[in-house]
Design a protein around this ligand. Structure first.
Ligand code: ATR
Length: 275
């Protein structure tokens, strides 16, 4: 093994399926594995990157913020989102980057032909994943972000972190989710929906027909909330496209290879077979 994903739990991760496919396709002699670790082991992972025992690491729940705090060298997206999902080596130094936001926006474009520029977007959640995505929405010229999180205080923390002169921000209470008619996109960045019977209570009465509901959860393939929106005639998207696109960005940082649309679609098809 020379590459891995670290996190806890990792049982449901599709990342090894994706990366091992590309590693074989591009004749790289490495294996990508899951490494379920405790947080006390994080400094050791960074040491293994330093001494090249590991050549690339992905970071997932719940360690993205921890790794951000441990690394000295951070790329701009990791800095802005205060979270690291990819560790790589550059000029003999260990770097942290966050490819979640770019991966998410690319999937939105590829699968829904949706561009976030000048749009009004309701973001559910204010955790690590939310920070990564909001950072990229702002990079791409979103008009307004409405944040809603179970713990209200964290919504204000997110706004404080990203406040700027151009983007409009608003907070909506989690218990009173009633998006207005000018909402173009709703993104669920929380983990609520991964378990059976978890349906987000959104009042959809004001929404226009073209509003898209997008979930970053990819397992289950269709969350209860996605199903609710679909049944009412809305277009929906799950998190598989984001997963594969953020993985492609990580692969580029590790190997300097720009994966093609075909590479991305093939990896996605393989994941589909894994469900
Ligand atoms: P991640 O890196 O995946 O974003 P995180 O930083 O722990 O992980 O954030 C998890 C997000 O899911 C948070 O927005 C969390 O809400 P709280 O800030 O209130 O904890 C949200 N979340 C987790 N379980 C939830 C639940 N049962 N209902 C509503 N939101 C939930």
């Amino acid at each position: 093994m020379n590459l891995c994903v670290i996190g806890k739990p990792l049982k449901h991760s599709f990342s090894p399926v994706i990366h091992n496919y590309w590693l074989r396709k591009y004749s790289k002699p490495h294996i990508y594995e899951k490494k379920e670790i405790e947080s006390s082991f994080l400094p050791d992972i960074i040491s293994q990157m330093k001494n090249k025992k590991l050549i690339g690491v992905n970071v997932t729940i719940p360690y993205k913020r921890n790794v951000y705090n441990l690394l000295k060298n951070l790329d701009i997206n990791a800095k802005k989102s205060k979270a690291v999902n990819t560790i790589y080596l550059k000029d003999e130094k260990v770097f942290g980057q966050n490819t979640d936001g770019v991966g998410y926006c690319q999937a939105l474009k590829q699968e829904m032909n949706f561009d976030v520029m000048n749009k009004n977007i309701l973001v559910l959640g204010s955790g690590g994943a939310s920070f990564g995505i909001v950072s990229e929405l702002i990079n791409r010229g979103v008009s307004k972000i409405i944040v809603s999180n179970r713990t209200l205080k964290r919504s204000y923390e997110l706004i404080k972190n990203f406040k700027n002169k151009i983007t409009k921000f608003e907070v909506m209470k989690w218990e009173e989710l009633t998006p207005s008619s000018n909402t173009d996109l709703i993104i669920n960045t929380t983990s609520f929906g991964m378990k059976k019977n978890q349906e987000i209570q959104v009042n959809i009465q004001n929404l226009k027909n073209s509003t898209i509901y997008s979930d970053i959860i990819y397992n289950p393939k269709k969350t209860l909330t996605m199903k609710k929106f679909e049944d009412k005639g809305f277009l929906t998207q799950n998190g598989l496209g984001m997963l594969v696109n953020q993985a492609a960005e990580a692969f580029r940082l590790w190997f300097n290879i720009n994966l093609t649309k075909q590479d991305i679609n093939e990896a996605k098809d393989l994941c589909e077979e894994t469900y």
